[in-house]
Design a protein around this ligand. Structure first.
Ligand code: ADP
Ligand code: MG
Length: 245
């Protein structure tokens, strides 16, 4: 089975706005092994984004700890987190997060520039990545010249640029129509196989959930159904995707 790539233990996160407190995560623990695609489902407000942000080093918990590929994320100082996010973890967001004035190729190249990858090597890797996500021929187009699905594929290529061990995707199909969403999901599923990365994907898209190796469910900041392999409602929710927000 091997060592888990991601270990989260007892994560707690409380947001305070004025006198009000929201317990976004309440003692969340889980692990993911190398090459596994783990879906985290739960309705809006259940804590999915909070959990992914803690695992990915974008925010810090009030209690608990996270280890990714042997790095204790929750103990790292800011500069350590920056390196971790550059080299070990790739992020994909619902709203793509591409830089508008850069071409598809330049967007994919950004993480490699930050890591000071030499130009020739960078250009070759960009070419391979764009081809991997089915965008050969679109290298010079800017985000506004691409469809939503194409933009998200550029974002996936960018997330993989520095060969991360972990891909974190927060509702990657949330802004796509169901058919385009399905293409992006299948792409993520295929890349987890071919690139050997582990993926954590927050979604309430039944199509994406059906492609996962394992499904974790968040309800009001508490994790349920720790291992639904083989017994989940997969496929039983067909048609629900048409009702996506
Ligand atoms: P999800 O991604 O599943 O929709 P979130 O992790 O975004 O859930 O939010 C979990 C809970 O924490 C929600 O009740 C949300 O309103 C609250 N929350 C999230 N971010 C903040 C914040 N920055 N300040 C205050 N409350 C927040
Ligand atoms: Mg969210």
């Amino acid at each position: 089975m091997g060592e888990p790539l991601v270990v989260a233990e007892g994560l707690r996160k409380v947001y305070r706005s004025g006198p009000k407190e929201v317990v976004a995560l309440d003692g969340v623990s889980f692990h993911a092994v190398p090459g596994e695609l783990v879906a985290i489902r739960g309705r809006s407000g259940s804590g999915k984004t909070t959990l992914l942000n803690l695992v990915g080093g974008l925010d810090r918990p009030d209690a608990g700890r996270v280890t990714v590929a042997g790095h204790e994320v929750t103990a790292l100082p800011e500069d350590g987190l920056r390196v971790l996010r550059r080299d070990v973890i790739g992020h994909v967001f619902q709203s793509f997060g591409l830089i508008p004035i850069l071409s598809a190729a330049e967007n994919v190249g950004v993480p490699m520039r930050l890591a000071r990858v030499p130009a020739a090597e960078r250009e070759e890797r960009v070419r391979v990545l764009l081809s991997l996500v089915g965008l050969d021929g679109h290298a010079n187009q800017r985000p506004h010249e691409l469809s939503g699905g194409q933009r998200q594929r550029v974002a996936v290529a960018r997330a993989l640029a520095n060969r991360p061990r972990l891909l974190i995707a927060d509702e990657p199909t949330g802004q796509l129509d169901s058919q385009t969403g399905r293409q992006v999901m299948r792409l993520i599923r295929a890349l987890v196989g071919s690139e050997g990365v582990t993926a954590l994907v927050a979604t309430h898209d039944p199509g994406l959930i059906s492609l996962a190796d394992r499904v974790l469910e968040l309800r009001d900041g508490v994790l349920h159904g720790d291992d639904s392999r083989g017994d989940g409602p997969r496929g039983g929710e067909a048609g629900a995707s048409a009702a996506a927000p």
